[in-house]
Every structure is written in C-alpha cells, then in structure tokens.
Design a protein. Structure first.
Length: 520
C-alpha cells in the first residue's frame, strides 16, 4: 500500500477513504479554538510587503454547518449514548457558540479516528490549556466505554520567548495518549533515556567474561543487606543467596516520564519551514517509536506542514496525511522531495487534488470562508511548482493573487475562475505598470479568447538576464488555462528564486535499530 496524502476535509476523507481498523497509530495537532488566523512565513525575498499567506483559520462560529453536525451527532448510531450526553451537557453549559462549534467538529472527527484504529492502536491528541479540559472529556466518552482507556497526559515542555511579567510563563502543551484496548504497542525501550554517566560509573565490578556489574542485596526477610545497593563483594562468598548481580549490559535505559523537555524550533533552525505551528521532528519521532513498529501505518488527520509524515517516512512506517489547505499539501510535497529526493513522491498516492476541469470547477465554487482563495492557491502553487507566494490580503488585493521572483524581476499572478475577456489582460498590464513588475501571469479556469491572447502578445518579451547563456524569449504577459496546467504546463520564467524554505536532507537511518535521543 502506498503512502497517501489527501487534500480535503478530514471528516469526509476519514469517512470515505480510511477503512475500519486499518491504522496502528494516529497523532493529531488540531486547531485549539485560539480565535486566531495563522500565517505561513516565506523566505525574505522581494521588496513588497506580501511576506505571508493564511495557513489556516482557527476561529469558530455557530452556523448551519455546526447545526447539521450537532443534529447528526444526536441521531446517528455511530455516536455512543455517552458521547451524545457529553455533547448535550456542553450545549447546556456553553450554549450554541464558538466553543460548542469547535467541540462538535472535533467529536465527529475523533469518532472516525477511533473507528479507523486497529484494536491495538493508539491515539495522541496535541492541545493546549484553551481546550484541553474539554477535549479530555470528549475523548473519555469516545474511548473509555468500548474497551479503550486513557494512558497519559504528556506534558511537552519547551523554552521560548517572551517571558511574561503578568503571569507564569506558558511554556508547555499537553498531549493526551489513549489506546483502543488494553493490548497495544508500547516500545518503552526504544525511547528510553540513556543512563547518566554517574550511574554508569557505579558498575565497578567485572566478571570473568569482562562484563560490568553492581552487587545488590536481594529483598529477603531478615537479610542484613536486604535491597541494599553496591554491597561488599564478600557477601557473594559468605551468603550468595542474599545477593544478586545487576549487569550494565542488561540495562535498557531509563523509562521516559510523562513530561518531555524538547525545545521548539527556533528561528535559525535548519528544520524550520516557516509554518506557524510546526512541531519538532524529535517530538513526533518519540511518539511514533513508542507506539508503532516498522511497517505500521501512522495517520495524521490535521497534518499541517507534514512533521508526522516526515517522521514516519524516516522511521520506516507507512503513513496517511490529510489537510484541508493547499498551502499544507504543497509544502508537504516539497518537504518530502527536499528530504528524500524526487523519487519519494512516486511512493505517495495524492488524492483530492484536482485532476480534471470538473474537479477544478468544484474547488473554485466552494463557499466555506475557511477555504477562501483555495482555488487561487492551488492554481498558483501548482503552476509555479511552489516557487511563488500567495497574496492573502482580505478584501481588495490590488489585482495581485500571487508573486514570484526571477532573475528578470518580479512576476505577478492573477487568477480568474469566472468569465474572462480582453479587459482582464489590460487590467493585468495596468497592475504591472503600477507595481513596476517585470511579468504577469493570468491563470484562467475558462479558455482565453483570441483577443486576450493577442493583447498579451502585444506586451512583448522580457529582457534576458545577463546570466542567461542562451537567448530565451519569455512573454511579458502569459495566459495559462487550467486545462493547460492540468496537461502539464508549468512556470515559464527565467531563473525563479525560491520563496519557501527547504527542509534539511534526511540522514540515512537504520530502521532495524532504534534511534537514540540525547538525555535532556
């Protein structure tokens, strides 16, 4: 089975495409109802102020979609009596507002994840104090009446700035760990901390084979050395039944506690991609190593910039990633190529990305404000091979949907999903003049007219940059239809400048051996 990357609503993807009891481990880092919009940061190129685009929206409101989900939750048999009572209790306490909309949204998705988990499967939910107390109650209602159980609240501690002067610094998140049954994978040895140097020094004795050990008193009643550490070796001669050898080479390390000190990704880290909620690879590697084995399937239904799928790939697991924004899907594809080479995408099945005009039209017609500009994002990032950034300003965008940078200067994108005419080409020429841009690209869902093509041709060609060895006649204004893009047409500009940060190349890892962590 290939690895799978889905572009779409994770509830629909889970219900339609993820089979019952097919997943060994699921980790999610969902929105936290923070009432914020999170933006993706680009490389610092160009002189304009379009330095970021909306990665995802974490604002919630009660509306038709929430009302429909609540009605389904109350009536459909897949939702247990305890879960329905829990949600009704939330409704009585919170009322029909943003928090209830958020909780109903999470409940429906968590139920589908429970269904997809194997009986031996594990579920990790990453959250913060904004919603952790509510999510814990929801998760108990979903898992604990059907053979599953709550195992841990893991406290992920980290250092970050600024330090607060008005309250204690908020320097941790919570990760809830649930299992679907009592028969689950937990590889404690694979994530054990190494023994401290001071502890290793205590293994001072050596047997005839050269193995180092400590001598301990057995827990025998009336023994004068009962349970004592590092007893005198004479007791082995006088009372061997009272002592035992503790061999250093049999130690597997120190079992991990439920608090983890793993630093966040700082501004200068090679791992940093500019995605607003990016988590450290070390965090996901620890979870995946603990609760899955090589060849198991790992699911992330809110996969963002792809840290879970990256960690799963590096550790020899199969993976399924789902995200509702094309920013994320395109960034994950680029991340995988940067880390593992072009061939890695041959092992990935992409789903939900428009493959024909009908699917492109369906994407253009989505009305959900959370998916605002998704058609434009898909069109620009696909055509530009991720060498462009999105202008995500609300309201008037000045006729600019995206920007690319080349050796010849700035190129501006305009995307049209409706009827087009020669006026759109003239408008784009006016924007180029106003912004002093070198080139313009008009991407159209409908086929351009003959007059449009003639108007674009009249704009002439870009001057070749000095570094170009062979002359290249590049049109100053280019019109590309979505059908041409679906047929393989891609950015035709000289020497584009990367705007996304590149992920560090993955080091080759031995999947048969566990990968150690430095002691924190």
């Amino acid at each position: 089975m290939p690895n799978r990357l889905f572009y779409g609503d994770n509830l629909e993807v889970l219900q339609k495409y993820i089979a019952d009891e097919s997943v060994d481990l699921c980790y999610v880092d969902p929105p936290f109802n923070s009432n914020r919009n999170y933006n993706q940061i680009y490389n610092n190129v160009g002189a304009d102020d379009v330095a970021q685009s909306q990665a995802f929206v974490d604002t919630w409101g009660w509306g038709e979609a929430a009302e429909t989900q609540l009605a389904d939750l109350k009536s459909m048999p897949r939702y247990t009596h305890r879960l329905v009572k829990t949600v009704l209790g939330f409704e009585n306490i919170l009322g029909k507002g943003s928090m209830l909309a958020y909780l109903v949204n999470m409940a429906t998705r968590f139920v589908e994840i429970w269904r997809a988990l194997k009986p031996s499967g594990s579920f990790y939910v990453h959250c913060d104090p904004t919603v952790s107390h509510y999510l814990k109650i929801l998760l108990d209602a979903i898992f604990c009446d059907r053979g599953g159980d709550f195992r841990n609240e893991i406290i992920w501690c980290y250092k970050s700035r600024p330090q607060s002067k008005k309250y204690f610094g908020k320097k941790h998140d919570s990760i809830f760990f649930y299992t679907k049954s009592d028969n689950y994978t937990f590889n404690w040895e694979g994530i054990a901390r190494p023994l401290a140097a001071e502890t290793v020094k205590k293994y001072r004795l050596t047997d005839d084979a050269g193995r180092r050990y400590r001598l301990e008193g057995r827990g025998i009643t009336d023994s004068p050395i009962r349970s004592a550490k590092d007893v005198d070796p004479q007791w082995e001669t006088t009372h061997p039944e009272w002592v035992a050898r503790d061999y250093l080479d049999e130690k597997k390390g120190v079992a991990q506690e439920d608090w983890w000190l793993i630093d966040i990704i700082n501004q200068a880290a090679k791992e940093r991609l500019g995605y607003p909620t990016q988590k450290p690879l070390a965090l996901l590697e620890r979870i995946i190593k603990a609760s899955s084995n090589a060849g198991d399937t790992v699911l992330d239904a809110f996969c963002g910039c792809g840290t879970t799928v990256d960690a799963a790939q590096s550790l020899g697991r199969k993976w399924i990633g789902v995200d509702i924004t094309y920013n994320s899907v395109s960034l994950i594809q680029k991340r995988l190529i940067d880390r593992y080479g072009e061939k890695v995408l041959g092992e990935v099945q992409l789903s939900g990305i428009p493959q024909d005009l009908a699917a492109a039209r369906a994407l253009a017609q989505k009305q959900d404000d959370r998916l605002r500009k998704e058609f434009e994002k898909w069109a620009i990032l696909t055509y530009a091979n991720n060498q462009a950034k999105i202008n995500d300003k609300k309201g008037a965008d000045g006729g600019i949907d995206g920007v690319a940078y080349t050796a010849a200067g700035t190129a501006l994108f305009s995307v049209k999903s409706g009827a087009v005419s020669v006026k759109d080409v003239r408008d784009l020429r006016g924007v180029l003049d106003r912004e002093n841009a070198a080139a313009g690209i008009l991407i159209t869902l409908n086929e351009p007219t003959k007059n449009m093509l003639q108007e674009a041709s009249a704009a002439g060609f870009l001057p070749d940059p000095p570094t170009m060895r062979l002359p290249q006649k590049t049109p100053k204004i280019q019109i590309v239809s979505i059908q041409q893009m679906l047929d393989g047409a891609r950015l035709n500009l000289p020497l584009p400048v990367p705007v996304f940060k590149s992920a560090a190349r993955a080091r080759q890892k031995n999947h048969q051996a566990e990968i150690g962590f430095e002691e924190n």
